[in-house]
Design a protein around this ligand. Sequence first.
Ligand SMILES: C[S@@+](CC[C@H](N)C(=O)[O-])C[C@H]1O[C@@H](n2cnc3c(N)ncnc32)[C@H](O)[C@@H]1O
Length: 338
Amino acid sequence: MAIASPSSSLHSLHRSSLFAKCPRLFRNSRFPPRLRFSPSICATSAIALQPDLKSERNQTLEGDLFSCPICYEPLIRKGPPGLNLQAIYRSGFKCRKCDKTYSSKDNYLDLTVIAGLKDYTEVKPASTELFRSPFVSFLYERGWRQNFSRSGFPGPDEEFQMAQEYFKTVEGGLLVDVSCGSGLFSRKFAKSGTYSGVIALDFSENMLRQSYDFIKKDDTILTSNLALVRADVSRLPFASGSVDAVHAGAAIHCWPSPSNAVAEISRILRSGGVFVGTTFLRYTSSTPLIGRVLRQRILQSYSYLTEEEIEDVCTSCGLTNYTSKVEQSFIMFSAQKP
Ligand SMILES: C[S@@+](CC[C@H](N)C(=O)[O-])C[C@H]1O[C@@H](n2cnc3c(N)ncnc32)[C@H](O)[C@@H]1O
């Protein structure tokens, strides 16, 4: 989708401004947006964009929640307002600084650095590539995920309730479900009505297509403030300090660099924002030495961490109030942006 360039500089519009300008963004939310940026910035942006808006009936051109994955400048958006699937699908996004456009494909918005590239194909490590397969994406909620219970995962309903407890202090905020897979938890977060918006984000195109197939079966979710976004966890398309909650279910062990990913998560969280993650531990304190050595060898293409390593990474990325619950190889942990 082509986007008209604004004639002068565009700055970030804060969410309360969006609420005033486009209340439909928060139509399905019980919560008003939080104030975060200075009103003067918003006024400047609105004035700068006036000329472009004149000929655009029923269209908006606005700063949005999304940032360019290359330079992190807020993306200019042209299209209907809102964070629901239909509004995002019909919108085009552009980075004024990089002069790069981003649009939706198959119902998800592609905000990867490689979006739209013609000649370059990125091949990620096996732990990422595996989930790009249509076969694995199809099977994921049809048996694959259920197997996690053998390692101590309590199951999606209980994991969701546990995560909701950790997210109590950020209710009403924007939640990003990083590495959402087929959207198992994103759908639960969206349906709960607890958040002003939910962004289901994954690198796998097929997982996102599968997410859409599940979402469209439930009208309440389909029309909620839920967006599907393709992005790399090491390059999150959000401004620093713009997100209230980040969830990453069963994901850290699949990330090419857990430390880069947690650094990104820490960057996008606002002060007081909460990160909740689950993963398989490499071993626990009760695993015998021989078991530790074997697991280390067998699982080397994945980033299975120990409890200590997870806490270390979170802390070194500036997160505090680290807590965790462990059951066999399953760990759910939370950490907060000070
Ligand atoms: C085991 S699935 C977890 C799905 C879901 N969150 C859950 O709790 O069941 C791991 C997900 O991590 C995603 N992933 C792997 N590498 C990624 C990356 N670099 N950026 C974003 N997501 C990635 C995969 O595509 C896959 O969907």
